[in-house]
Write a protein that binds this ligand. Structure first.
Ligand code: ADP
Ligand code: MG
Length: 566
């Protein structure tokens, strides 16, 4: 859209107020303009606590030279044109008053070049009018410079705080936009020192690494609420990472950084039982919502939005953060439904995220345990006993470990299969007597196409009459299983809609499942010790090959707290 003056009828609907309160407000307006112009590189420079100078340089679309004259005037914008456009804002700016407001309280210079102009145009403004204009070299993009903020407004100048406070506000601002737009390379230069430089890779974790440090970035859990309405995505800290202030909790609504006590409460709700009230998580939560479901025109500096349906947004944020923490909501996960619960958050600790998983429903009223490890390594564990013939109870240096014996053994066998294949040293179990397996046409078809692959895993099988196959040997990992059932189910498994990436992967998972100890098997103390020892050596001990949890950890601190000792 070209830049034009908004009609009076639209102006009357705009939430009016002082846009420029302090240097950080200038930075906010300029950075938002650069982002709206599609910039992928934004440099913010500040001198003398932002009062002396603020300059924002971008590589965005630039401004057409003929439109520069309009910019010192209020309600000049290229982003909306009619009143009902206010109902569906998808740009950060829309009121067309920022540049005019800056020009009213400071000196303003713009150097811009728009494609396909052969050169850039420079314009200096005083009191809203261009006082000097010339052609200057510039690559595509815009540089807006503000000088001498509030020079002629001593009362407002007095209102500003110490330079460290003003620089702090500017830094926070750039920080937040860098988190909202990880695909944009942000630099912040304060009094000639570069204080922030984000990589602009598009990966939020990389931006977090620059802003909150690599250690925090590594530990953050993925918020994957893309299936929710509204969608909620981002990163949130595990209970082991916290801060003493709420300043590390950021919300972006359609990529606009907003303050929201409502969303703050939703996050706090998700951490109940994980963090005491004096500890706050590190959260970067992006909410994507249809523009007509929010009102962004409620605050002069656009730092708040109004949701048309607050409870829905609240619930989505709480649910998405809980999911990232590994707390499954009650009643929503039922056997038979496939859900991607936990797969994203598990990415954060490097466990298998290739599979869909079916987690146990964990009541969120008792957030006592964690299935989400802080790291992949399992400490040395001491076996305490077996529970319900299904779980091994073990003690670690940091509390109780409940190990699902089937899932854990599956994990161990799966890793053993993978390493044997990689080393081409597959252990084979020859059968004393070959067995025959009868197959359906479909099974036989699938098996025929995969004989060679199956041989690599240790199967010696061959056709033996009409839809009957002879099995002479099986992989060692399934030596305890019924070979007929293994081959038959393998043939079925080869055809069904498993999500695993390759047939090899499916075979490995199927073999691990068949070979593993079952739930309900009574284990001797020695067998449990053996299982735990092997699990300690697994690369990804916390999940089975399908991505379901193999271990639930009850932290000793949480235990102490539950008993009123903490
Ligand atoms: P608004 O952002 O609400 O439209 P502003 O006063 O911030 O109002 O900016 C007025 C207009 O100037 C914008 O609509 C846009 O067309 C243009 N503009 C300002 N800054 C830039 C920039 N960095 N790159 C491209 N265009 C810009
Ligand atoms: Mg703007």
């Amino acid at each position: 859209m070209p830049i034009k003056i908004l009609p009076a009828e639209v102006v009357s609907k705009i939430a009016a107020g002082e846009v420029i309160e302090r240097p950080a407000s200038v930075v906010k307006e300029m950075v938002e303009n650069s982002l709206d112009a599609g910039a992928t590189r934004i440099t913010v420079e500040s001198q003398d606590s932002g009062v002396g100078m603020i300059r924002v340089t971008d590589n965005g679309s630039g401004i057409a030279p003929g439109e520069l004259e309009l910019l010192g005037k209020r309600y000049v914008t290229s982003k909306i044109s009619a009143a009902d456009d206010l109902e569906r804002i998808n740009t950060l700016g829309f009121r067309g008053e920022a540049l005019a407001s800056i020009a009213a309280v400071a000196e303003l210079e713009i150097l811009t070049r728009r494609d396909p102009e052969p050169a850039g145009t420079y314009a200096a403004f005083k009191k809203g009018n261009i006082i000097h204009r010339e052609s200057r070299a510039r690559t595509r993009g815009t540089t807006v410079t503000m000088r001498y903020l509030f020079r002629h407004f001593p009362a407002r100048l007095k209102f500003l705080r110490a330079s460290s406070t003003e620089n702090g506000h500017v830094t926070t601002l750039v920080t937040q936009y860098a988190l909202a737009f990880p695909g944009v390379k942000f630099s912040l230069v304060i009094d000639n020192h570069t204080t922030i430089q984000t990589p602009g890779t598009g990966n939020l974790r990389d931006a977090v690494a620059e802003i909150y440090g690599p250690e925090t970035a590594r530990q953050m859990l993925e918020i994957d609420g893309t299936d929710l309405v509204p969608a909620v995505t981002g990163l949130t800290s595990p209970a082991s990472v916290f801060r003493s202030t709420r300043n590390y909790v950021s919300f972006f609504v359609n990529r606009r950084w907003v303050r929201s006590p409502l969303l703050g409460r939703a996050v706090e709700q998700a951490y109940v039982g994980w963090l005491t009230s004096d500890k706050h998580p590190v959260v970067i939560a992006s909410i994507t919502i249809p523009p007509q479901d929010i009102d962004v025109n409620v605050h002069p500096r656009k730092v708040e939005v109004r949701f048309r349906q607050e409870p829905v947004v609240f619930a989505a944020v709480e649910k998405a953060v809980k999911k990232a923490l590994g707390i499954a909501p009650v009643n929503t996960v039922s056997a038979g439904s496939v859900t991607t619960f936990g797969t994203q958050s598990q990415t954060a600790v490097g466990v298998d995220n290739s599979a869909h998983s079916l987690p146990p429903a964990i009541p969120d009223t008792v957030p006592l345990w964690r299935i989400q490890p802080d790291s992949n390594a399992l400490p040395v564990l001491r076996v305490v006993g077996q529970l319900a013939n299904s779980y091994v109870l073990a003690e670690g240096p940091d509390g109780l470990y409940l190990i699902d014996q089937h899932a854990a053994h599956e994990r161990i066998l799966y890793e053993r299969i993978q390493s044997q294949l990689a080393e081409r040293k597959v252990e084979v179990q020859g059968l004393l007597e070959p067995v025959t397996v009868s197959l359906s046409p479909r099974q036989e078809e699938l098996l025929k196409n995969n004989v060679e692959t199956l041989k690599r895993f240790g199967f010696d099988i061959e056709p033996f009459g009409s839809r009957c196959w002879l099995v002479r040997s099986v992989p060692e990992v399934v030596r305890r299983a019924d070979p007929t059932a293994v081959v038959s189910e393998l043939a079925d498994g080869l055809g069904d809609g498993d999500t695993a990436p390759s047939w090899e992967e499916r075979i490995a998972r199927s073999l691990a499942c068949h070979g593993a100890i079952k739930a309900g098997d009574t284990l001797s103390h020695e067998e449990m010790r053996q299982l735990v020892r092997e699990l300690e050596m697994a690369r990804r001990p916390y999940t089975c090959p399908h991505g379901r949890p193999a271990i639930v950890h009850i932290d000793s601190r949480q235990l102490a707290k539950q008993f009123g000792r903490g």
